[in-house]
Structure formats: C-alpha cells, structure tokens
Design a binder for this molecule. Structure first.
Ligand code: ADP
Ligand code: ADP
Length: 224
C-alpha cells in the first residue's frame, strides 16, 4: 500500500490554503505550507525568519537552499511518514528536483500535483480581498467568504488582518515571479504524468468536490 504524497499547485491566491483547510480534516494528512512555516519563523525572529523576511516583503522567492532545507526537515518528521499535502513547495524547478531526490532517497515519490488553475485578474480580486486570522492563519475574503462578524475569525475569535505582501504592488510582483519561476514546474510534472488540472474559478465547494474526485481516482489507480 503506498502513501498519498500530494502537491497543491497554482498561483498565489488560487485557493490552495482554502482547499488544504478542507482536505486535511478529510484525509488526516499533515498539511505543509512553506509560506506558513516562513511566517512562523518571521514571527519568532529566528535566523531563517530574519533572512527570509526581505524576500517575502518584496514578493520575491526565498533562496532555494534555505527552503529546501526547511522543507526536507519537515517532510521527515514522524507525522509525514504516511503522506502529506504540500502547499507552496516546490516553487522552482530546482526545488522540484531536490524534492524528487529527497523522496527517492526515502524510497517515496510524489503521487500527484494538483494545479488549481485561476487567471491573473481573478487572482488579483481574491488576494486584494483576502483577510487572515492573526492566530491560526484561517483565510477569509471580504466579499467571497466573509466572516460572520467583520474583522473577527469565526473559528477562534482572533483579529483578521491583511498580509503585508497582499498589497497591490507586491501582488503584481508575486504573479510575475509565479509565471517566470514556478510555472515551468507544470511541464516538469506533466512529463511525469503527475499533473492534474482543477478549474479553480468555481466555488470553494465545487473545487473541493473536484479535488476529492481526483484523489479518489488516484487511490483506485494506486490502491492507496
Ligand atoms: P501565496 O500562496 O499566497 O503566494 P505563500 O504563503 O505560499 O503565499 O508564500 C508567501 C511568501 O513566502 C512567498 O511570496 C515567498 O516569498 C515565500 N515562499 C513560500 N514558499 C516558498 C518556496 N517554496 N520558495 C521560495 N519562497 C517561498
Ligand atoms: P492561496 O493559498 O492559493 O494563496 P487562499 O486559499 O488564501 O489562496 O485564497 C485566496 C483568497 O481567495 C482568500 O481570501 C479566499 O477566501 C478566497 N478564495 C479561495 N477560494 C476561492 C474560490 N473558489 N472562490 C472565491 N474566492 C476564493
């Protein structure tokens, strides 16, 4: 029986975090977001956090060696031994190759990469209205997924804020970086028969249904 090692892939603001929130409770897989891990490091003021912050503030990618080391440690933690859902990693071809190298050393492999496909203008709409809970990072949208009480997280009552890198000029750079540095990975996973495309423009519930159907098929194919 093999594990479910999934990558959630797509432009910033496509809905990866929103979907991961739903999937992790259904599949009991650890959800590993390099963006969340980096923000945690920044908050705690670690060396990695200090180094990463300047790239994050500008909407640029943190250098591959720092990210690969951080992700490799996380993937080898006990809770990730039976599978994982990765969000925001890999983000460059180099990171994709390093991930394959690491997994093959561990006699494991990527089961599939799920591309949540959303055009740029929708990305901008989604990111500009995104609000996140300061405590646990739950995502909301001022129009598409508003909290019950404005500015307050439904799940734990914490304050909702706009991320610094969700401001318009940084968003444009993040999209540019996605097209330049991350999109080449689509071909990388396509060539390996691992890429599954999901129409990300539909409602969160519809996108979730589609992802679950894809995972069900993968499980049948692989008997996982
Ligand atoms: P989003 O999915 O909204 O783009 P993330 O939370 O995944 O944002 O990432 C926020 C920032 O953290 C990125 O803009 C980048 O600076 C940094 N980052 C996260 N993951 C990686 C990665 N795999 N490689 C390089 N930088 C990363
Ligand atoms: P990512 O993790 O890919 O950066 P998020 O899950 O944080 O993206 O979603 C970005 C914003 O778009 C959030 O404000 C979220 O509430 C909203 N959103 C997510 N999925 C959808 C959807 N299918 N339709 C409309 N808005 C969405």
């Amino acid at each position: 029986m093999s594990e479910l090692n999934l990558i959630l892939f797509g432009p910033p603001g496509a809905g990866k975090g929103t979907q991961a929130d739903r999937l992790r409770s259904d599949f009991r897989l650890p959800f590993i977001s390099t963006g969340d891990m980096l923000r945690e490091n920044v908050k705690e003021g670690t060396e990695l956090g200090k180094e990463a912050q300047k790239y994050m503030d500008a909407g640029d990618l943190v250098p591959d060696d720092l990210i690969v080391k951080m992700a490799a440690e996380r993937l080898q933690a006990p809770d990730a031994q039976d599978g994982f859902i990765l969000d925001g990693f890999p983000r460059t071809l180099e990171q994709g190759k390093e991930l394959d190298k690491l997994l093959s050393q561990l006699a494991r492999r990527v089961t599939a990469a799920l591309l949540i496909d959303v055009p740029d203008e929708e990305v901008v709409r989604r990111i500009s209205g995104r609000r996140v809970c300061v405590k646990s990072g739950h995502n909301y949208h001022v129009d598409f997924d508003p909290p019950k009480r404005e500015g307050i997280c439904d799940q734990d009552g914490s304050r909702l804020v706009q991320r610094d890198d969700d401001k318009p000029d940084v968003v444009q750079n993040r999209l540019h970086v996605y097209h330049e540095q991350t999109e080449p990975l689509i071909e990388y996973y396509d060539e390996r028969g691992l890429m599954r495309r999901i129409d990300g423009t539909r409602s969160p519930a519809d996108v979730n249904d589609h992802i679950r159907a894809v995972i069900a098929t993968l499980r049948m194919e692989d008997d996982v």
